[in-house]
Write a protein that binds this ligand. Structure first.
Ligand SMILES: Nc1ncnc2c1ncn2[C@@H]1O[C@H](COP(=O)(O)OP(=O)(O)OP(=O)(O)O)[C@@H](O)[C@H]1O
Ligand SMILES: [Mg+2]
Length: 546
């Protein structure tokens, strides 16, 4: 692993400060060799990869082939480094240093030597993340030690003594920032977390904010390739989709050295595919409750994507990511009022990622996803119900999580699944849940439920319904107690009124608190009947309770 990253670090050297046309240093083959086949966990892609358009111009459509210049515009960082402070320091230094061929070579060697430059520690991040950042910070401080730096420099740069003075430690960081690519200057790479068809994904810490990100780098150079379209689609889709709790969050994208780089939210639980493999190895299965939770959460993400006029077209376990967040709610931005009510104790948040196949529902340009998850009508080029293709893929995804055997890529078994025959499962699912899954695989897309319908489905919402019922029962009991107390107090007040000889103030029976003060009675924390309106009780009126 170590050498892999070192290699990549070296490959990225000078990527943003090279002159145009002088970037031959880094080639696709180089990067392909970095991502060795042994590391690759590629999923078989559909055998028939075709790009077809039904249509009219649209913001998402990438006319084919996209001119090199179009994605080059994504070079958000022509200058080598942000933030601005680094930039200005670097450029000052640049003007002071005599740049010649030899000096540049020297700088390159110096930058190569300096591994693990500084990383900020974000005080607002959760403890676990902060601890990791602090560790990195300590390591980087150690490696930043001037003595150590001087020592290493002396050993490897014997031929550049005349330039030594130009690279005194105080200037080192600025020089380094100037020489490095945006990727290197802004992020500290921690590990490679996945290699897919499109590219490799790295877990990185942002040096400025100290937070973790998943950085996806296209495997092959993009200009003019089919991958260019996928990369652009992913960036376009992410930027249009904004922020939803069940869609992997996008932060930024840029082109570097002819490769697309996408900075996304890092999901600490890996992919659903990893989770399935892990459970399998442990000999355990997702419980029905967990499967329903998975189905509901992904349906919420799909509802958001579909309501934005888009379809995903590559829903599968390796494109669903997991965030472990203790005590969080699945409700949140982008969800309807009734979903906001959904405050669960779930520790697993599922998020839809890998938007490389996203297209518009209204004028689709379909790049089929994985054939194992492909709905039959899409294969037949019927794009009238594309959102239902996502629902079909979601059905198969949940079945895989339920323990179904690996899905066929083609052949009789492939067709059998598309005729509504569920695969054999190692666990018995309840009939309502099973029939819901069956409906997701219906050969007729119009009979499959929509994502919106799924989100409201009683089978998926029953946990919520049970919780609501329990809450209402508790509230009802409190209300009954309040009523009983009020009735008792009322009765005593009446008795006092009927016997004038007695004290004017009603005598309280032992154990009873002073009467008729709303604030002294147990209050309900939730509304009981009628949304968002507190039920008011009027118990001062003479006729109450009679
Ligand atoms: N945001 C993320 N958080 C954590 N891990 C991630 C993230 N994004 C990707 N990964 C890891 O990297 C792998 C590949 O990512 P991704 O699906 O985005 O790339 P891909 O090249 O499109 O792959 P494929 O073609 O197999 O779908 C994932 O299976 C997962 O293990
Ligand atoms: Mg993927």
């Amino acid at each position: 692993m170590e050498t892999l990253f070192d290699g990549i670090n070296q490959r990225l050297e000078f990527s943003s400060c090279e002159e145009e046309g002088n970037s031959s240093d880094t080639t696709s083959d180089d990067f392909a060799s970095i991502c060795s086949p042994s590391l690759a966990c590629r999923t078989p892609k559909v055998q028939r990869h075709r790009s077809r358009s039904n249509t009219l111009a649209s913001p998402l459509r990438c006319t084919s082939p996209i001119p090199y210049a179009s994605w080059k515009k994504l070079r958000l960082c022509e200058s080598p480094s942000t933030p601005k402070s680094l930039l200005s320091k670097s450029s000052q230094l640049y003007s002071n240093i005599k740049i010649n061929h030899r000096t540049v070579r020297f700088a390159s060697a110096a930058a190569n030597l300096i591994q693990a430059p500084s990383v900020n520690v974000n005080p607002f991040t959760p403890d676990t993340v902060r601890r990791k950042s602090e560790l990195l910070w300590r390591q980087s401080s150690r490696s930043d030690d001037d003595e150590d730096y001087g020592h290493r420099l002396k050993h490897s740069l014997t031929s550049s003594e005349e330039d030594d003075e130009a690279f005194l430690p105080p200037k080192r960081r600025a020089v380094q920032a100037f020489m490095l690519s945006r990727y290197e200057s802004e992020f500290l790479e921690m590990e490679c977390i996945g290699v897919g068809e499109f590219g490799a994904v790295y877990k990185c810490v942002n040096r400025l904010d100290g937070c973790l990100y998943a950085i996806k780098r296209s495997r092959r150079p993009l200009a003019g390739s089919a991958n260019e379209q996928l990369a652009l689609k992913e960036v376009y889709a992410h930027s249009v989709l904004g922020h939803h709790p069940h869609v992997v969050r996008y932060y930024s994208a840029w082109a570097e050295d002819d490769h697309m780089i996408i900075q996304n939210e890092y999901c600490d639980g890996g992919s659903l595919s990893d989770a399935i493999v892990k459970k399998e190895a442990q000999g355990v299965l997702f419980t029905e409750a967990e499967l329903k939770d998975l189905l509901l959460q992904v349906a919420l993400g799909l509802k958001y994507i579909h309501s934005s006029g888009l379809v995903h077209l590559d829903i599968k376990p390796s494109n669903i990511f997991i965030c472990q967040q203790p005590g969080t709610s699945t409700g949140g931005e982008g969800e309807s009022e009734e979903e906001d009510d959904e405050s669960t104790s779930t520790t697993v948040i599922y998020k839809i990622g890998d938007l490389g196949h996203v297209t518009l529902i209204a004028s689709p340009q379909v790049e089929e996803g994985d054939s194992r998850f492909l709905a039959k009508e899409v294969l037949h080029e019927n794009y009238l119900h594309l959102p239902k293709a996502d629902i079909f893929a979601l059905g198969l995804t949940v079945l895989l999580a339920a323990g179904a055997p690996p899905l066929p890529q083609n052949g009789d078994e492939w067709h059998s699944l598309r005729e509504g025959h569920l695969p054999k499962l190692p666990q018995e699912l309840s009939p309502p849940f099973r029939s819901l899954l069956q409906s997701l695989l219906d050969s007729d897309p119009t009979r499959r439920p929509s994502a919106r319908e799924l989100c409201k489905h009683t089978v998926l919402r029953e946990k919520r319904t049970e919780r609501l019922a329990a809450q209402l029962r508790r509230e009802l009991n409190v209300e009954k107690l309040r009523t009983a107390m009020l009735e008792k107090e009322l009765q005593e007040a009446r008795q006092a009124a009927l016997s004038p000889k007695q004290n004017l103030s009603p005598r309280l029976s032992p154990g009873l608190k002073p009467p008729a003060k709303m604030g002294s009675l147990p209050r309900t924390g939730r509304r009981l009947v009628g949304r968002k309106t507190e039920r008011s009780l009027s118990f001062g009126t003479p006729g109450y309770g009679v």
